[in-house]
Design a protein around this ligand. Structure first.
Ligand code: CU
Ligand code: ZN
Length: 185
């Protein structure tokens, strides 16, 4: 099994509705198949039994890094914020992850704004099965092992609410509910 197939298998686990599975598989087929995910992250709840609630993958593509994956166990229709935070720790209910990854001292903003945090990402909205997917090219980060803009060894944080893309310093997106360390695939 090559890495693309492995990623598909992870993304298309039994908990995932077929529609969501097909969506993620389709997304994976649109990019350059030479570029395997360089980085990955297993997203876990920050409280309770710290159950796994999602998977994220990052791979270099033309002009940026494709961030793709899914979150599970959301409320149907729930919209949540996802960001890359500056410290690779999920301790203390995710607070140890610090603020948004921001190597150039920019304000929090819409993820498409090149004058915003490098770690800003679009909100995700769950389907009727509580599964939300993301497929987004972030132009402000790299998937390299190290470097000023590399997100290796940083952390994804999922928040309880949506990012308004405006409020400082983090979009008023609510409590940290899940977290995952980003690591080499
Ligand atoms: Cu965040
Ligand atoms: Zn931000």
């Amino acid at each position: 099994m090559n890495k693309t197939m492995l990623a598909s298998a992870l993304l298309c686990g039994s908990a995932l509705a077929m529609t969501g599975c097909q969506t993620v598989e389709g997304q994976m087929q649109t990019g350059n198949p030479v570029n395997q995910p360089a980085l990955k992250s297993t997203i876990k709840a920050v409280s309770g039994d710290k159950n796994e609630v999602g998977q994220m993958f990052l791979r270099p593509v033309d002009g940026g890094v494709q961030v793709y994956g899914k979150l599970m166990n959301l409320q149907p229709g729930q919209t949540v914020a996802l960001h890359i935070h500056e410290t690779g720790s999920c301790a203390d209910m995710g607070k140890a992850a610090g603020g948004h990854f921001n190597p150039d001292n920019k304000p929090h903003s819409n993820p498409d704004d090149m004058n915003g945090h490098a770690g800003d990402l679009p909100n995700l909205t769950a389907n009727e099965d509580g599964v939300a997917t993301i497929n987004y090219v972030n132009k402000k980060i790299t998937a390299d092992e190290a470097g000023k803009y590399s997100v290796n060894r940083l952390a994804f944080i999922v928040h309880a609410g949506a990012d308004d893309y405006t409020s400082q310093p983090s979009g008023a997106s609510g409590d940290r509910v899940a977290c995952g360390i980003i690591e080499m695939n």
